[in-house]
Ligand binder design. Sequence first.
Ligand SMILES: [Zn+2]
Length: 149
Amino acid sequence: MNYGQCVHCGNDVYESDERVSLSIGVAHFTCDQEYKLSCDLEMKEFMEQEKAQAKRENKLLARLKRTLKPKVYSFIEFMFEDHRVGSVEIVRFDKVSGSKERARDWVGESVAIRYVWDDTSTDYWGDGYGGLIWIPIGQGRYLQMHVWG
Ligand SMILES: [Zn+2]
């Protein structure tokens, strides 16, 4: 008896084969084991990449905290407090886009930074937003961050 094609390798699964039934069809037992293993590896790799990324960002932020004026850094801290932030990196002006906006509009009060460049947009339902913003931090450098909330 033939159970159909294995969802992983595409070969027929026979009655004599060790097999597993999945919601998407049937698979050889060994194919499914291999598949699960590769998923685990991918997930592990992904998590390690995330960890490495977080480590880089923390290092970068620690460096900025040491080198920037406290007033400037406090604006960055504000972004972290009031929004979800990810993918933080320093870029040059040629990477900057979006519209130039008064930084204080983001905070609601006067801040050390005059302008930010804002490429965020609200989502279809209008209850969320997300995108990139750039904060000038001097010497032609811009702190690019992905913010959302
Ligand atoms: Zn197979």
